[in-house]
Structure formats: structure tokens, C-alpha cells
Ligand binder design. Structure first.
Ligand code: NDP
Length: 444
């Protein structure tokens, strides 16, 4: 059995109840096969792959808090510190009822390679809780966040582990978490990113993931002799990533014709009105059915269907496994040229393989949505300097980082005769830097 297959078998055997983690490991390991075969003896001797699939530390803890009726509630908190070979652990905190150890490990594992790809000195980690902020009062959310941070603060710090937001963890939650950290530890430091602008946050962080997705997509088109201008685009989701991806796509001359949420989707042949989506989702916190009030010529459909629309580019920006094999077949049949992932692992393994076989340019999330974490790292730099950069400076740096990411993964794919396979290129480029650092630091 090859070394890659041995390690995948080990992960499957040891983590039977963690399908998302197994899926992520399989996807990464499959594309590292060529690199591993070229270095098999050295990697085996150092158990490099066994170490890379095992988190350095997994912390699970009780989060007791009291609800508005005076009833005590208990959630489970997680922080997986996956790999610190190239810098302090960095990765978001997800607050959602679906959170469990397997999901946090999948996200943490992906984060290691994504953070490496940014070219910035950040290791990989992820955390969260099965707490659901939806429907809770501000006081309940604060009680939860304070209890969560009372335990988490023992393990994090500006130079050790710097969490950020993710699904369910927005500006309000980051504020409560930061306040509690400062209160217990007695230090004012950049221990979290995604902070408010009045206490150390960075301009352009809100826009970063969506804008970054378009910067890298634009670079991929240019390098393949094509232009984004005039292209039709489908976007799924209507959250942070989707909104700013749509905004930047329009700025670059493309036309986004879809938007969705967890209950339905809209088709607007004239191009999605971003300001309307912002008002519906960011201000009113309403459903997409409202969109028709702004654009009478648009269509609203219940359920799933964004990928059935004929477009040149598909940008899945909602959640994991939202684009499956059937969706991929519809996209290919409709002549779609590119799929670039704004969300984390939105495309199933079978769909990814089908798209690659059919020569669709496919940019995986760990490269395409790295703009968020890259800008978080820029927030860390500003905090260390005790300075704030302008929007233009942060946005300019973000753009350069996304362009560099594309060239790094493109070069890596070419070095291993896998030209055009950006999934392999991203995994290889991300892995090489981490593997070199781990080897240099000895068995640890
Ligand atoms: P938000 O919570 O702001 O938005 C998520 C959007 O996806 C919402 O419109 C939500 O609909 C929709 N959605 C959720 N589940 C489903 C589903 N099952 N089917 C269809 N739509 C669904 O999250 P973000 O935009 O911040 O994140 C989206 C993805 O991008 C996640 O995978 C996240 O991990 C990833 N990501 C985010 C980064 C960031 O900086 N924000 C950075 C890197 C990755 P509804 O409103 O109905 O809940």
C-alpha cells in the first residue's frame, strides 16, 4: 500500500464518526500523492503525514450559561490547534448547532493549507460551539460568549492562537469575546480578528473574502487569456461572502444573476441588485422573498436551484457540500467555464472530479476564499504596529496576495505536470511550505 493510502486508511479507522474530516483528508492526500511519492522515504521516516493529519492539540470544554428565564444551559466548546509550523494558530470560531469535533477538525485541517497559501506567517486552527445565536437575546449571547472565553482564554494569545469570526460569529460576538479576554487576562492585545473599527479592527475585513474571491478569479481568467468583463455569474448564498463577491463581480464588469439563502433562490436576468440584498439581509434580516419588491422582473423559487441557470462562472458562497454531482452536470451541460469556491468545501468530491474531468477551471476554497484570513493576518500586523491602514492600503495588499496565491498554485501544478489542476496546485503549494517548516523544526 502506498504511504498516502496507509495514512488515509489510518484516518478513516481512527475517526469513524467524522465524515467531513475524512472527506477533507482524502481530497488533500489524493492531490499530494505526486509530492509524497517523490519524497516517500524522508516523509515516512519522519512520519510527516501522520503528524500533519493529527492536530497538535484539541481542546473541548463545558460552556455553562444562564438564559433569560433563569434556566442554566450547557453547550460544548471546541478549539482545535492543528498546526503551528509556520506561525501562531489562526482560524475562526463557528457557532452553529451542527458543530461537532469532526466539523471543527475538517475546517482546521483545511485552514493549515489555506493559511500557508496566503504567504503570511499563520498556522492553522479552528474552533466554535454547538450554541445557536439565532433567536437568542443580546444578553444571552453575551452570557454564552463570556462563559466560552472564560475557558478559551487559557489557551489563546496574540502570539499563540488568534481566533476570528465564522458562521454565527459576527461583530457582536467578537466584541463580547474580546471584552471578556481583556478582563480576565488583563492585556489589550490583538487576540481576535474581525474586531470593530473602534478597538483594533481592520478596514476592508468585511469585504475581504468576497473581494478576494473575485481578485483571484480575475487573475485566473487573465492568465488563461480571457476577461471577466461581460461574463454571466451565478452566486449562491446571500451572506457576507456572497454579498461582497457579487459587488466586486459587478465592479469588474461581470453580471451576477442569482442569489440564495437556506430556503430559496432568486434569478434576476438584469443582474442582482446588491444594495437590495444588503438591505434585506444585513439591515432587515429578512428572507429573499422580499427581493421581488425591489425588482419586479426577478423570479423567486423555493428550495435549491442556483446551479441550473446557464452561466459562465459559478461561485458557491453558502455552505459545505451545496454543489453536488447533479449540479456539476447541469453546469457543464450549460457551458460553465469556471467554478470558484467562496465557501469552505461547497463542492462534493464527486462534483469536483466531474468538473475537473470536463476541463472546467476549478479554484478550491482554500485558495479562492483565503482573502478573509489574509486580511485577518493584516489586522494582526496593524495591531502589532499599533497603527491602522487605510481601506485602499488593505485592499491593495489583499489584491496582491490573491494574485500571488494564483501564481503559486499555478506554478505548483505545472511543476508536477498537472497544469490546469488548481485543486492539486493549491494543496501542493500549501503543503510544501508547511512540510519544509515541519522538517526543519524536527520531530515535534
Ligand atoms: P453567512 O452566515 O454570512 O452566510 C451564509 C449564507 O449561506 C446565508 O445566506 C445562508 O442562508 C446561506 N446558507 C446556509 N446554509 C445553506 C444551505 N444549506 N443552503 C443554501 N444556503 C445556505 O456566512 P459567510 O458568508 O460568512 O460564510 C459562507 C461560507 O464561506 C462558509 O462556508 C464560511 O466558512 C466560508 N468562509 C467565510 C469567510 C468570511 O470571511 N466570512 C472566510 C472564508 C470562508 P440563511 O440566511 O438562510 O441562513
Amino acid at each position: 500500500m502506498s504511504y498516502v493510502d496507509e495514512v488515509v486508511a489510518l484516518v478513516v479507522e481512527k475517526n469513524p464518526s467524522q465524515p467531513e474530516f475524512i472527506q477533507a483528508v482524502k481530497e488533500v492526500m489524493e492531490s499530494l500523492r505526486v509530492v509524497v511519492e517523490a519524497n516517500e522515504e524522508a516523509f515516512r521516516k519522519d512520519a510527516l503525514l501522520e503528524r500533519i493529519v493529527n492536530p497538535e492539540r484539541q481542546i473541548m470544554f463545558r460552556v455553562p450559561w444562564v438564559d433569560d428565564k433563569g434556566q442554566a444551559q450547557v453547550n460544548t466548546g471546541f478549539r482545535v490547534q492543528f498546526n503551528s509550523a509556520i506561525g501562531p494558530y489562526k482560524g475562526g470560531l463557528r457557532l452553529h448547532p451542527s458543530v461537532n469535533l469532526g466539523i471543527i477538525k475538517f475546517l482546521g485541517f483545511e485552514q493549515v493549507f489555506k493559511n500557508s497559501l496566503t504567504g503570511l506567517p499563520i498556522g492553522g486552527g479552528k474552533g466554535g460551539s454547538d450554541f445557536d445565536p439565532k433567536g437568542k437575546s443580546d444578553r444571552e449571547v453575551m452570557a454564552f460568549c463570556q462563559s466560552f472565553m472564560t475557558e478559551l482564554c487559557k489557551y489563546i494569545g496574540a502570539d499563540t492562537d488568534v481566533p476570528a469570526g465564522d458562521i454565527g460569529t459576527g461583530a457582536r460576538e467578537i466584541g463580547y469575546l474580546f471584552g471578556q479576554y481583556k478582563r480576565i487576562r488583563g492585556v489589550y492585545e490583538g487576540v481576535l480578528t474581525g474586531k470593530g473599527l473602534t478597538y483594533g479592527g481592520s478596514l476592508a475585513r468585511t469585504e475581504a473574502t468576497g473581494y478576494g474571491l473575485l481578485y483571484i478569479t480575475d487573475e485566473m481568467f487573465k492568465c488563461n487569456g480571457k476577461d471577466l468583463k461581460g461574463k454571466t455569474v451565478s452566486v449562491s448564498g446571500s451572506g457576507n461572502v456572497a454579498i461582497y463577491a457579487t459587488e466586486k463581480a459587478h465592479e469588474l464588469g461581470a453580471k451576477v444573476v442569482t442569489s440564495s439563502d437556506s430556503t430559496g433562490w432568486i434569478y434576476d436576468p438584469e443582474g442582482i441588485d446588491v444594495e437590495a440584498i444588503k438591505e434585506i439581509k444585513e439591515v432587515k434580516r429578512a428572507r429573499l422573498t422580499e427581493y421581488k419588491n425591489y425588482r419586479p422582473n426577478s423570479e423567486y423559487h423555493e428550495g435549491k436551484g442556483v446551479w441550473s441557470v446557464k452561466v459562465d462562472i459559478a461561485l458557491p458562497c453558502a455552505t459545505q457540500n451545496e454543489l453536488d454531482l447533479e449540479d456539476a452536470k447541469m453546469l457543464v451541460a450549460n457551458g460553465c467555464m469556471a467554478v470558484c469556491e467562496g465557501a469552505n468545501m461547497p463542492t462534493t468530491l464527486e462534483a469536483t472530479e466531474y468538473l475537473l474531468q470536463n476541463k472546467v477551471w476549478f479554484l478550491p476554497g482554500k485558495a479562492a476564499n483565503a482573502g478573509g484570513v489574509a486580511t485577518s493576518a493584516l489586522e494582526m500586523s496593524q495591531n502589532s504596529e499599533r497603527l491602522s491602514w487605510t481601506f485602499e492600503e488593505v485592499d491593495g495588499r489583499l489584491k496582491n496576495i490573491m494574485i500571488d496565491i494564483f501564481h503559486n498554485l499555478d506554478d505548483a501544478s505545472k511543476r508536477y505536470n498537472l497544469e490546469g489542476n488548481y485543486v492539486a496546485g493549491a494543496n501542493i503549494a500549501g503543503f510544501e511550505k508547511v512540510a519544509t517548516a515541519m522538517t526543519a523544526q524536527g520531530i515535534c
